[in-house]
Design a protein around this ligand. Structure first.
Ligand code: GUN
Length: 293
């Protein structure tokens, strides 16, 4: 069993981006700039947004963090998005989810201009992805594809099971694995909460990507010998031995599954750091206007 080390790969790719940013700035152009909107004080969202903004600083991107109390109205938030859409200093915008119930994430997503939608959630971007056209691809699936690519994992002709069908991970992940590309060209099965006999699909799979958000769900007897297993789960579970009072747990029972795998991602240090890389790559592409809208 070998580890798909997202942490060290992310460090390498961040250095690559950092040197590209340095040459952009040296040529007299402005550095890429990411704006992030955070509504409320959800602990996990605070951590994710904090880490996205901090990483921007480390690699030479500009960043703006806009915070709102959870009582902010939907129209106030949409107005801010319109303002950012027309601000030429800002290349990319993310609005961290989950949002309070009185705000429609769908409306928020559709208000961000597709050319600044570095989360890739706008229907124009997800639709283009489905049609194989240039688009911003959601950061987590993009990061996973980069991880498989840089580790030289063969996906062509393989059987891939994606567990989860969210717009943020499962759906775009399935399309990326199935599309005619490298990595890609896999035969993809999407499993979800209504799948009957999920184990039988997993046991057939050469590659399993688990993104269902149930800690420790995938057990040793779900996985065939030599499979490649990617764990997207990052659930906070109580742990009195940690200073924070919690630890991050993936969707995979690592101790049971790892001995059967050819490759596996750890949690933490697997998909998480690659998600940030996906976002940075999208923001760099947005600043270079690489995709035409
Ligand atoms: N919430 C969970 N994942 C994400 C993400 O990738 N982007 C945003 N904006 N919110 C999220």
């Amino acid at each position: 069993m070998k580890i798909l080390d997202g942490k060290s790969l992310s460090e390498l790719i961040k250095k690559e981006i950092q040197s590209e940013v340095a040459s952009i700035v040296a040529s007299g152009k402005k550095a890429p700039h990411l704006a992030a909107i955070l509504v409320g004080t959800d602990g996990a969202s605070e951590t994710y947004v904090g880490s996205k903004v901090k990483t921007c600083g480390e690699i030479g991107f500009g960043s703006t963090l806009i915070r709102y109390d959870s009582s902010v109205t939907e129209s106030e938030l949409l107005e801010k998005i319109h303002e950012i859409n027309s601000n030429p200093e800002i290349d990319g915008l993310i609005v961290q989810s989950p949002l309070p119930r009185h705000i429609s994430f769908e409306k928020v997503t559709e208000t961000i201009h597709p050319s600044k939608d570095v989360d890739g959630f706008h229907p124009v971007n997800s639709g283009r992805l489905m049609q194989g056209k240039p688009s911003f691809v959601a950061a987590t699936p993009k990061g996973i594809i980069t991880l498989l690519d840089r580790y030289g994992i063969e996906t062509s002709g393989k059987k891939c099971v994606v567990i989860g069908r969210s717009n943020i991970v499962g759906m775009p992940m399935s399309i990326l694995m199935a599309r005619n590309s490298k990595p890609g060209n896999a035969t993809v099965t999407i499993c979800h909460s209504k799948t009957s006999d999920l184990k039988s699909y997993c046991l057939e799979a050469d590659i399993i990507i688990a993104a269902l958000g149930k800690p420790g769900f995938l057990k040793g007897d779900h996985v065939k010998e030599g499979a490649v297993v990617v764990d997207v789960g990052i659930t906070r579970v109580a742990d009195a031995t940690k200073k924070s009072g919690f630890r991050l747990q993936g969707d995979i029972d690592f101790d049971e599954v790892a001995p059967k795998c050819s490759w596996i991602t750890p949690v933490p240090g697997g998909v998480g750091p690659m998600t940030i890389v996906g976002l940075l790559q999208n923001t760099l592409m947005a600043s270079k206007k690489e995709i035409l809208f």
